[in-house]
Structures are given as structure tokens and as C-alpha cells.
Design a protein around this ligand. Structure first.
Ligand code: TYM
Length: 348
């Protein structure tokens, strides 16, 4: 008879790369949910600096960017005392578990990862092995805490599926020692991606078919979290639209990617849904809608930008938050890693 599957204690984990300016996509796709979930769950939020070096980084810029993401977490409303905010490189167990998972994950699984193909581009032979192995490290980030919920944007869906596959295979491969050690039928939970709301995939302001991203050359394609009111107003005014007035219902957004994107952004910022936004703006031209959108964005983002500026002037405070968070994260990760070593059969 197989052991019953254990009920895992709910725990949220998510991460953000310190690779340049945070944009509205990161904010609506991830940070807003991070803040939301801390009301109901214990949360661990990580600046994934080991992931950042899968592509070349200038060391001093990396240091500044790690502090910048930690500041953005705090400025957005994450309570680093109640929850855990830290940077990945300071908890060695992430890399340690990633090695074990390298021996669980299959080459065929990684060969299917679309983000590697996009990031490596045509010159795949020249991509780092770290970039290829990126999703395995991501699985270990989540599972080293045995986290159950992972708030992310839509672009991380495939990585979360791989995480579940790795957890499942580890549980199967080591079923006997897992049960013998008293963990029941599974040592790792199958973490649930939390991809919800009207802005899980924020698109470029210049092209409704492309994701808003840090790597897009034109700054007009995105709203940076630190843009001032003038920059926001100008970028929204110049955002691509179509000649039709806004539709009265969500059905009418079909085949209108730019309109769909702006309505989704409005809904997410206002904490409502697209249908409600269209009830207010349906039938109107884009001009008054854009004015209202820019105003709403400035209202929501400018306090965060101001707090980030304040925190930027106090790196010692940020470093203290990260050190304290790393100590608390390490305590959880080390206990789980010990159990993994016993399960795998290592002598310790
Ligand atoms: P990163 O740093 O690229 O992005 C951070 C978060 O922002 C979301 N996001 C978006 N959401 C909506 N619309 C967009 N245009 C948009 N662009 C980015 C991402 O989905 C992400 O949630 N691999 C991760 C970092 C990571 C991680 C983890 C996440 C490493 N380990 C473990 C969760 C759990 C990444 O590259 O995120």
C-alpha cells in the first residue's frame, strides 16, 4: 500500500532577476501579486542574482541592480520583517539542490524550453550552460523551500510546468526512501503557478504582439517603475492604438491587441476587470481614456518611485534587509537540503 500524499504547509515563493529597470509588466504580473499574497500566506521573495549571471553582467551594475530590486519589493509594499526578502546567491542550498535536480531532469525536457530558444537566439552554441540550465535552478529556488504557490507572469508558465515535472520525478524516483524517512508519498509539493488577473502578460506599448520587456531597445515600448509623471504621460499618449473607439464589452477587444493591452493595464491598476473598465469607457475615443490611464498610472506608481529613490540613498539599510532575509531563508533551505541528502543516500 502506498503512503498517503502529505498536506504541505502553504508557502509562497517567487523571484525577480536583477537585470535592469523593472517595468510595468513586472509590477502588474508579479509585484502586485506578491503584495497581495502576503496578506494570506507566508512568503519568500528572492532577488535571483544567480539567474542574472546566465548572461554577462558588469559586477558593479549587478550589485546596484540587486539593491534596486530589493528596494522595489519594499517600496511596493512587501513587509520584509513579516516575510522573507533576500538574494539567491547568499543561500548556497539553491545551487546545491539544482545539482541534484540536474540529475533528475531530462535533456529532452530542457530542449523544449521556449525561453532558452528566445534568449539564446541564433547563436545557441555560444550561450552559457547556465542559460540552458536556468529552469532547473528555478525549480530548485521554489522546491528548496517546498513552496506550494508561485505568483508569476504568463511567460513563466512553462518553467513552472517543468518545476512540477522535476518534483514529481524526484518523488517517484525516491519513493521508497521518502516513505521510509516518514515523508509519506511525496517529499516535494507540486507547486501551483498563480497567473491571474487582467495583466498576466503586459504587452509593448509600441506593438501589441510583443511582450513588454527590459530588452526591447525603445524605451517608449515600456513604462519603467521609476518613470516620472511626464515620461508616463508622454509614453501613454504615444502608445499605439487603432482608429476605432473603445468597444463596450470584452468580446469587442478581440483582434485589437493594443486596445486589449491598455484596457488590461487600466483594469489591473484600478484593481478591477476589463468589463468594468469598458463599461466606463466603451464608445469613447482613445484620447480621454489615455488621459485617465496616465493619471491612474502616475497615482499608483509615483509613490513607489519616490520610495525607491529614498531607499537608493540608503544601501546599508537594504543590505541589512537582505542579510536578515538570507539568514532566515537559509534556515528553511538547510533543513530541507539535509532531508534531500538523506533521501538520495549521501552520508553526512
Ligand atoms: P523576470 O525577472 O524576467 O520577471 C519577473 C516577473 O515579472 C513577470 N513579467 C511579466 N508579467 C507580465 N507581463 C510582462 N510583460 C512581464 N514581464 C515579466 C515575470 O513573469 C516574473 O514573474 N525566471 C524568472 C525569475 C525566477 C523565478 C524563480 C520566478 C527565478 N526563479 C522562482 C518564480 C519562482 C524571471 O525571469 O523573471
Amino acid at each position: 500500500m502506498s503512503a498517503p500524499a502529505p498536506a504541505f504547509k502553504p508557502l509562497v515563493f517567487s523571484g525577480v532577476q536583477p537585470t535592469g529597470n523593472l517595468h510595468l509588466g513586472n509590477y502588474l504580473g508579479a509585484l502586485v501579486k506578491f503584495v497581495d499574497m502576503q496578506k494570506t500566506h507566508d512568503c519568500v521573495y528572492c532577488v535571483v542574482d544567480l539567474h542574472a549571471i546566465t548572461v554577462a553582467q558588469e559586477p558593479r551594475e549587478l550589485t546596484a541592480n540587486i539593491r534596486e530590486i530589493a528596494a522595489a519589493f519594499i517600496a511596493s509594499g512587501i513587509d520584509a520583517k513579516k516575510h522573507i526578502v533576500f538574494n539567491q546567491s547568499q543561500v548556497a542550498e539553491h545551487a546545491e539542490l539544482a545539482w541534484v535536480f540536474n540529475c533528475v531532469a531530462r535533456l529532452g525536457w530542457l530542449n523544449r524550453m521556449t525561453q532558452f530558444k528566445e534568449k539564446a537566439g541564433k547563436d545557441r552554441e555560444n550561450a552559457s550552460i547556465g542559460l540552458y540550465d536556468y529552469p532547473v535552478l528555478m525549480a530548485s529556488d521554489i522546491l528548496v523551500y517546498r513552496a506550494t504557490h508561485v505568483p508569476v507572469g504568463d511567460d513563466q508558465k512553462q518553467h513552472l510546468e517543468l518545476t512540477r515535472d522535476i518534483a514529481q520525478k524526484f518523488n517517484n524516483d525516491y519513493a521508497a526512501p521518502i516513505a521510509a524517512a516518514g515523508h509519506g508519498a511525496a517529499f516535494f509539493p507540486l507547486p501551483e503557478p498563480i497567473i491571474q488577473g487582467p495583466a498576466t502578460r503586459v504587452m509593448s506599448l509600441r506593438d501589441g504582439g510583443k511582450k513588454m520587456s527590459k530588452s526591447e531597445p525603445s524605451d517608449y515600448s515600456r513604462i519603467n517603475l521609476t518613470d516620472d509623471a511626464d515620461a508616463i504621460a508622454q509614453k501613454i499618449r504615444k502608445a499605439k492604438t487603432d482608429p476605432e473607439p473603445l468597444p463596450g464589452d470584452v468580446e469587442g477587444l478581440k483582434g485589437r491587441p493594443e486596445a486589449d493591452n491598455l484596457v488590461g493595464i487600466f483594469a489591473a491598476l484600478a484593481g478591477t476587470d476589463k468589463a468594468t473598465v469598458l463599461r466606463d469607457f466603451g464608445g469613447q475615443t482613445f484620447s480621454p481614456f489615455k488621459t485617465a490611464l496616465a493619471d491612474l498610472m502616475v497615482t499608483k506608481l509615483s509613490p513607489i518611485a519616490a520610495e525607491m529613490r529614498r531607499l537608493r540613498a540608503d544601501p546599508a539599510f537594504i543590505d541589512g534587509v537582505l542579510r536578515d532575509g538570507s539568514d532566515r531563508a537559509r534556515a528553511i533551505a538547510a533543513a530541507n537540503m539535509k532531508a534531500v541528502k538523506d533521501i538520495v543516500g549521501f552520508v553526512r
